[in-house]
Design a protein around this ligand. Sequence first.
Ligand code: NDP
Length: 477
Amino acid sequence: MTLHQNLIAGEWVGTDGVENINPSNTNEVVGVYARASADDAKNAIAAAKAAFPAWSRSGILERHAILKKTADEILARKEELGKLLAREEGKTLPEAIGETIRAAQIFDFFAGEVLRLAGEVLPSVRPNIGVEITREPIGVVGIITPWNFPIAIPAWKIAPALAYGNTVVFKPAELVPGCSWAIADILHRAGLPKGVLNLVMGKGSVVGQAMLDSPDLAAITFTGSTGTGKRVAASSIEHNRKFQLEMGGKNPMVVLDDADLTVAVEAAANSGFFSTGQRCTASSRLIVTEGIHDKFVAALTEKLKGFVVDDALKAGTHIGPVVDAGQLKQDTDYIAIGQSEGARLAFGGETISRDNPGFYLQPTLFTEATNQMRISREEIFGPVASVIRVKDYEEALSVANDTPFGLSAGIATTSLKYATHFKRNSEAGMVMVNLPTAGVDFHVPFGGRKASSFGPREQGKYASEFFTVVKTAYTLA
Ligand code: NDP
């Protein structure tokens, strides 16, 4: 099999390869990808540092053209890249193609943002002085991404980093190097100068740690677990470096008595179980008021019975496999914890066999859960959701906010009063009314509060807050 190498200083390098395994069929090797060392990471950082002065002063049309070309190629290859994504991560082919289209849209959006760079000119409070406020690139940006969105998350970090004139050292999750390699290859062929984007595939504990330890990274943008996020934060403070963290969620979805039952069930089924529940915006706490509780549980259970769990590439599959053996163990451990804590297993809970060996798990629904149980407080990151019964809206809101996390929150209701109150009083970064907690637009800010996020928002024009630094210049007229 061809070895997909790392991209350092504009050269494809590396000899030591790791197999990328398909979670739908563990007999299938998706590809072989180079494993970078700590020295490779250091070389990549040095290359990005050397490329920064020229790239940070490059013309906006050059940057626009490279990002636009990248968007166009990703879109033109959406079926092929979507298939690669489904094979390496396990989300269904329609979900994977949708994510690939999203990556193209993000590159397209930031190609446009390059042409909209602007500052401010203000009069000084002192006579005969003018004040200019401009945004400048930060320097070398380290990008560390998780496995659950193998093309969209790299896109929403790489595109703005480059658009605003930064150079990049990019370490994707070891489980899913395929889409990241494809993005690096496309950008390289689109004409990105040597060293502007460096790809270092490899272990977080080696390559990622070498990035954290480097004094030459001006910023790190990270998405992943809370534990690694804390390491990024601690190392960044030590090196006086800007950092941005997107971490876990324990997102609530409130269902009120007055909800449209079909809308509520659709939103809950999507939020809890699509993409195998492996989304930081997934809803795993369904907070349901007494009057609709039994009807909602019955209808959601019926819906789950109809979901086909199978190979991500098979037509008709609703839920693909869990990403790997470690994540499957985490999911089944939490299912056992839920039962031991006294929640009622209303549906699922079992691993299942399919034609090919893979990490298949039934969608799993608990009822009679309380908000104090571990299954209600800790991120499971699998197709597992719990129903928490509450008396009324006030209790629902209080339970929704009673969590260390604050990424996304949803409410199903036909009441304008409750919808408006929830939007205002939810302690989450993103609020959804009669919509799934997952599923966001690319041109508006993405991010959370409390333990879910730290630093400026990602995506849309708000991305400039992280990927640029402000300069205030005074001139005597
Ligand atoms: P991690 O935080 O371990 O991985 C995220 C990224 O950080 C990966 O690229 C990883 O590399 C890298 N990394 C790991 N250790 C270090 C280190 N010491 N220094 C620098 N980088 C490092 O999360 P996992 O992917 O292992 O997932 C674990 C849990 O995190 C999930 O079960 C889920 O609960 C949560 N999660 C949340 C996500 C979200 O979007 N909120 C996304 C993914 C996971 P490598 O892959 O090589 O280890």
